[in-house]
Design a protein around this ligand. Structure first.
Ligand code: VGL
Ligand code: ZN
Length: 198
């Protein structure tokens, strides 16, 4: 059995000073770097949106960041413009050790569908390919860290558990956005899905 560390979206826009800054998002970087040596594989994810992405409030007349909208696939939070492909905001935090990464998986590139999870887009059916990669490498246990606890980490962890992986979230190496109780809801959702939270 082999295990992978999945580092979710440790990008400039999710760190203090970024477009969708997560409080203390930068503080987890040294701990994540130190953890990498304990795993057979290290995988980084990168939120990677085209200009004018449908998850941006600026793409919806009369909407402001953090408003809700209804997409064909269900309710969707509208975000400030963030992690635009090729921008400095989409780059990994400068101190994140990217040399150790076996795979960098990008998500959110489909203009019409957001993608919080590293496994499926927000329609919950379009795969990113990560499941196949892990399966073909014989990886069965996953530890997740990164940003943000209540969105991309939680969606990824729940999908992974549903797909049958043994999933641990190191909550000390995650930080949350916490919109309207989303942190508490995400912790409950992860526990119900069988995710181990440390
Ligand atoms: C994320 C909101 C929008 C995340 C990504 O990485 O948690 N949150 N895009
Ligand atoms: Zn995004």
């Amino acid at each position: 059995m082999s295990n992978a560390l999945i580092v979710i979206d440790v990008q400039n826009d999710f760190c203090p000073g970024g477009a969708l800054a997560v409080p203390e998002g930068d503080l987890i970087v040294p701990g994540i770097n130190a953890l990498m040596q304990d795993f057979d594989a290290v995988i980084l994810t990168q939120d990677w949106h085209p200009n004018g992405h449908s998850s941006f409030a600026t793409s919806h007349a009369g909407k402001a960041p953090f408003d809700m909208t209804e997409m064909p696939y269900g309710p969707q939070v509208l975000w400030p413009n963030h992690c635009v492909q090729g921008s400095e905001g989409a780059a990994f935090h400068a101190d994140l050790d990217t040399t150790r990464a076996d795979l960098i998986i990008r998500k959110g590139y489909n203009p019409a569908i957001d993608s919080y999870s590293a496994f499926f887009e927000n329609d919950q059916t379009t795969p990113t390919g990560l499941e196949g990669y892990l399966n073909t490498r014989g990886i069965t246990a996953l530890t997740l860290v990164g940003l943000a606890t209540d969105f991309c980490v939680a969606f990824s962890a729940q999908d992974a558990a549903r797909l049958g992986f043994d999933v641990t979230v190191r909550s000390d190496l995650c930080r949350a956005i916490d919109l309207d109780g989303s942190l508490t809801a995400s912790l409950t959702g992860m526990k119900d899905a069988g995710v181990r939270i440390l």
